[in-house]
Design a protein around this ligand. Structure first.
Ligand code: GLU
Length: 316
């Protein structure tokens, strides 16, 4: 990999089976890597403790290979690389940029003034934030302590390659956010930054449901003094007919279920090509043909709907 100056990564979370929305983002990521000569690595984001499912990593690898994707080297597991996260945390601690917090979700909910943007995320009101940055390095004598990053009032700005200029007010959206969980594990935001930097990831392609996380990740990059920042490509996500992110509630759209039914991967790739406006009709397509024909400019900027017709096409 060392001869490559541009590197991207496929980073599935083994919390369940890959569905069509994941296949779409990974296929585009792979196609962009092919077109631009980026190196591509596979990273298994397996730190999400209770949600991680045994065997989901192997299944994801099988699904990606079935679709026709490949990458360099062996998969990298976050859980095998815990040391990098703890040294980043030590650095943030000694710089006085994080503080311990024992607040429960319930306590945070109680002080929450009004619901805000993201239904799943609560804004942390700063209850445990120290008045000065000295003297808080010894956490209170309670078992479960999370660590939160001190988030400035100024928004984070960056240019997304799909959605253009972004201004994200993290303090307003989520407040001081968790970088180390009560279970003593690095939070997703920190782990991603440590690994992307360590793996020299220069191009990040993923669903635009992660746009607001990108603000947090850039803030961590800056707080740790890491550079250069990666370039970001946030793709419109695939939704069910009700306009919500494609998930189990919309029926079985797992890549594995099509594979197990004996459906050709060219059907799945062909559907994604149709979503990306490479073709006007759904037609069979290989991953390499997709990579030849894919144009980022053609991808719609609004959410993609997995329709009944799409489903009929997949089932032949
Ligand atoms: N593993 C994350 C997910 O599947 C994506 C991580 C990332 O792209 O930063 O949602």
């Amino acid at each position: 990999m060392s001869h490559r100056t541009h590197i991207s990564r496929l980073a599935p979370s083994p919390t369940g089976a890959l569905h069509l929305g994941n296949a779409y983002a990974f296929l585009i990521n792979w196609a962009l890597a092919q077109q631009n000569g980026w190196g591509l690595v596979l990273r298994i984001d397996d730190l999400d403790g209770p949600r991680t499912k045994k065997g989901a990593d192997e299944l994801a690898i099988k699904d990606l290979e079935w679709l026709g994707l490949d990458w360099a080297g062996l998969p990298y597991y976050q859980s095998d690389n815990l040391r990098g996260y703890s040294s980043a945390l030590d650095e943030l601690k000694s710089d006085g940029m994080i503080y311990p917090c024992a607040c429960s979700r319930k306590q945070i909910e109680q002080v929450q003034a009004a619901p805000h943007g993201n239904e799943h995320e609560l804004r942390y009101p700063g209850t445990c934030r120290p008045f000065s940055t000295s003297g808080f390095l010894t956490p209170p004598a309670s078992k479960s302590i999370a660590w939160r990053l001190i988030v400035p009032e100024q928004p984070v700005e960056f240019d997304d390659q799909v959605h253009g200029h972004q201004v994200i007010n993290i303090q307003k959206e989520v407040g001081d956010f968790v970088v180390s969980t009560k279970e003593g594990l690095p939070a997703y935001q920190l782990a991603v930054v440590v690994d992307d930097f360590k793996q020299r990831v220069s191009h990040i392609v993923r669903g635009d449901d992660l746009l607001s996380s990108t603000g947090r990740q850039i803030l961590i990059y800056r707080t740790l003094g890491l550079s250069p920042l990666p370039r970001y490509y946030h793709l419109p996500i695939v939704c069910g007919p009700d306009g919500r992110r494609l998930a189990k509630r919309h029926g079985d759209s797992r890549v594995a279920s099509y594979r197990e039914k004996g459906i050709s991967p060219f059907r799945v790739v062909g559907l994604i090509a149709f979503w990306c406006r490479i073709t006007e009709q759904r037609q069979l397509m290989s991953a390499s043909e997709f990579a030849e024909k894919f144009r980022l400019e053609l991808v719609p900027h609004h959410r993609i709907t997995f329709s009944y017709k799409d489903e009929q096409w997949l089932c032949g």
